[in-house]
Ligand binder design. Structure first.
Ligand SMILES: Cc1cn([C@H]2C[C@H](O)[C@@H](COP(=O)(O)OP(=O)(O)O[C@H]3O[C@@H](C)C(=O)[C@@H](O)[C@H]3O)O2)c(=O)[nH]c1=O
Length: 184
């Protein structure tokens, strides 16, 4: 296991060891002691996954305080372009995004701090995106920003998007409750 920093403060990539043998693969995506050693003290409260067709875009999602959370994301089957957007006012990377390919092949786990909006595009049918979070789902706190409002080129002519995701405010319309350095 190895942890890599990104240009966005608090956003990290866990690169697990992938054990391959004649049966297939074995990948460990979370180890409490290892995270503690890297000063990531978290308690996982909920885990879930989605399965998406190719060209599905989901996002850009987050939960607002006090139900905001650290979110771990990885892809046990398939491949995505994962995108996070910094919506912490005062952050050196406020309104900037970061993208990374997550796949069953690379096993990478994205560790997303509070105050970042998250979304992805599925690059393959039957892509499984799995999450672990430090707070439970709260429908009232679950919010989003339009996926096509912050300058990221999704490279997709006909994305499959939910009505809810199309109803969100744009980045500029959204008044973010997140402040860099608060409660992180
Ligand atoms: C996220 C979530 C949704 N739901 C319900 C609400 C809805 O009826 C159905 C599908 O929800 P959504 O359309 O929000 O699913 P989806 O668009 O896949 O939501 C996910 O998107 C990505 C980008 C994330 O970052 C995740 O944290 C999560 O927000 O499941 C829960 O019951 N619990 C949950 O934790």
């Amino acid at each position: 296991m190895n942890i890599v920093n990104t240009p966005i403060d608090g956003l990290r990539i866990l690169e697990p060891k992938i054990f391959k043998d004649l049966r297939g693969r074995f990948v460990k995506t979370f180890n409490n002691d290892f995270f503690k050693e890297h000063k990531i003290e978290i308690e996982i409260k909920e885990s879930y996954y989605s399965i998406s067709h190719k060209d599905v875009i989901r996002g850009m999602h987050f939960q607002i305080p006090p139900y905001d959370h650290i979110k771990l994301v990885y892809v046990p089957f398939g491949k995505i372009v994962d995108v996070v957007l910094d919506i912490r006012k005062g952050s050196p990377t406020y309104k900037k995004f970061f993208k990374i390919e997550l796949s069953a092949d690379n096993g990478k786990v994205l560790i997303i701090p509070k105050g970042l909006a998250h979304g992805f595009k599925s690059l393959q049918n039957n892509t499984n995106v799995t999450y672990m979070q430090t707070t439970c789902y709260s429908p009232e706190a679950d919010k989003g920003i339009r996926f096509d409002s912050f300058g990221f080129d999704w490279e997709c002519d006909n994305p499959k998007v939910s009505d809810r995701d199309l109803s969100f405010k744009t980045l500029d319309e959204f008044d973010s409750p997140f402040v860099f350095g608060d409660n992180q």
